[in-house]
Design a protein around this ligand. Structure first.
Ligand code: GLC
Length: 534
């Protein structure tokens, strides 16, 4: 585990600890449960897991509202359980990153309790207070379905406090050097415990300035660079992954000169993959990739199809958003804020061809891919559950009572929106040994990806093959060159290959050599990964 650039060609896997595996029958998934399932993750080919927040929390935002940065919520286990998980993961050649929530705490955090108790409290300045709610009025509201304002009135001390998310998540004041210091201490604590890095939550919003939209401000970058240099100095090889839901040109500064974040999510490509699949055209994807600036050599994008939040439509135009809602959220309750609260398989009509094709794109676009737990088996969702809980239902291990997730009463209902995606039909036990399963297809994609440096590289060249329905591109690193073809349409499509690509290739899935002629025909929703032979 020595290579400090390991993240550049790693395959990531996001886990909701609460929903993954319950080891003690209390109905909640826990850290020991994750440890028990490391063989499964290793078998799939995962290099790094990202665990969602495990800190003590009143759970108004599923743990992203932290009440204590220095321990593990009892429901998930203990600090010792985490140490054991980290050790066991490393024995499986798997790294672990966790959420670091810098921007805000829970309103139940002792800092906020003190801050709101008295205007003269030494903690008053840990948060952002104001006499008026007419400050920073150019700032958008993120949770538009529930929050009327970014300010909430505090009766006792007669001022408003600032929050970019739920009112129960007051924003920390990063203009206060003490807050900056506190959060470095938090990072140090978990790094000392052995964690391999952080997915840094909601970083664009750390600093507020009048007359701006209070996002991506220079002072925010100054602090993040401090955090990075602290990590480089004391914990080389550990990473920072940036959650900045922004257009690529606005994410670009978060990489700095290779001295800020190691990785950043590529938010805008995600909805465009769904647009491409529905329209049967790749243009929107190509356009956003062309708009994606180069990043420093020691940095990497992080790509995903789904995560624990709603499928965000913040990084599309208003017209595109309406179109996406129409296509993918036919029932009003499928919408949430500016997004869609559904999982991959139901979004893609549980159509195996479309699910595989989406994964083919995920695993061949520039960036390191993240799989959202359960999507590798095509798990469903449960839109009867509120907020984003419907995409955080328990992992489906087998068809026994409670899906092999828990011997007790599970904390949540299971996925059931489409009965055929319920655990009686979709589960790990059914799929791991079935060579024709989705799990096995994903596992194969991962295995192939890991053998070829081209996928972790940064180069990507779109090829005009005369057919807007087929995404054709070259991925290359040194002399490893891949020609990737994805037919996004429901019909058989023919492409015309430019002369320079009419060559011999190794078909990485079929395992045989194939010489491409000028025209090539692809079945509906099919994909080919071809390695150019010299
Ligand atoms: C991030 C998380 C989301 C959470 C929010 C506030 O966007 O992904 O789940 O609600 O931050 O912490």
């Amino acid at each position: 585990m020595k290579n400090n650039l390991w993240y550049k060609d790693a395959v990531f896997y996001e886990i909701s600890v609460r929903a993954f595996k319950d080891s003690n029958g209390d109905g909640n998934g826990d850290l020991r449960g994750v440890t028990q399932k490391l063989d499964y993750l290793q078998n799939l080919g995962v290099d790094c897991i990202w665990i969602m927040p495990i800190y003590p929390s009143p759970l108004k935002d599923d743990g992203y509202d932290i009440a204590d940065y220095y321990s593990v919520d009892k429901a998930f286990g203990s600090l010792d359980d985490l140490k054991e998980l980290i050790c066991a993961a490393h024995e499986h050649d798997i790294r672990i990153v966790m959420d670091l929530v810098l921007n805000h705490t829970s309103d139940e955090h002792p800092w906020f309790q003190a801050s709101r108790s008295d205007r003269n409290s030494p903690y008053r300045d840990y948060y952002v207070w104001s006499d008026t709610d007419q400050k920073y009025t150019d700032t958008r509201i993120i949770f538009v379905d529930t929050e009327p304002s970014n300010w909430t009135w505090d009766e006792k001390t007669g001022q408003y406090y600032w929050h970019r998310f739920y009112a129960s998540q007051p924003d920390l004041n990063f203009d206060n050097p003490k807050v900056q210091e506190e959060m470095l201490n938090v990072a140090r604590f978990w790094l000392d415990l052995g964690i391999d890095g952080f997915r840094a939550d909601a970083v664009p919003y750390l600093i507020e300035r009048e007359g701006t939209n209070c996002e991506n401000l220079p002072e925010t970058h100054v602090y993040l660079k401090k955090l990075r240099s602290f990590m480089d100095e004391h914990y080389p090889g550990r990473i920072l992954l940036c959650e900045a839901n922004q257009y690529p040109e606005d994410v670009r500064p978060y990489f700095g000169d290779g001295d800020e974040f190691h990785m950043g999510f590529h938010f805008p490509i995600m909805p465009r993959i769904y647009m491409a699949l529905k329209k049967g055209r790749y243009e929107d994807m190509a356009e956003i990739m062309r708009r994606t600036p180069p990043i420093p050599e020691n940095c990497q994008w992080c790509t995903f199809l789904r995560n624990h939040d709603e499928l965000t439509l913040e990084m599309v135009t208003e017209e595109e958003r309406q179109w996406m809602w129409k296509q993918y959220a036919p029932e009003p309750r499928m919408k949430l804020n500016l997004g869609i609260r559904r999982r991959l398989a139901p979004l893609l009509d549980n159509d195996r061809r479309k699910i595989e094709l989406a994964n083919s794109l995920l695993f061949t676009l520039p960036g390191s891919p993240i799989i959202y737990y359960g999507d590798e088996i095509g798990m469903g969702d449960n839109i009867d559950l509120p907020d984003r809980n419907g995409v955080r239902t328990p992992m489906q291990w087998d068809d026994s009572l409670n899906a092999g997730f828990s011997n007790g009463k599970p904390f949540s209902e299971f996925a059931r929106e489409r009965e055929e995606l319920g655990y009686q039909f979709i589960n790990v036990a059914n799929q791991v040994n079935d060579p024709d399963s989705l799990f096995r297809s994903i596992k194969r994609m991962i295995a192939i990806r890991k053998k070829h440096a081209a996928f972790g590289g940064s180069s990507m060249e779109w090829i005009d093959a005369g057919n807007p329905a087929v995404a054709v591109y070259i991925r290359q690193y040194h002399n490893d060159t891949m020609l990737i073809l994805n037919n996004l349409s429901a019909s058989t499509e023919t492409i015309i290959l430019p002369a320079e690509y009419q060559k011999a290739y190794l078909d990485l899935f079929a395992g045989h050599t194939q010489t491409l002629a000028e025209t090539l025909t692809l079945p509906p929703y099919s994909y080919l990964w071809l390695q150019m032979l010299k």
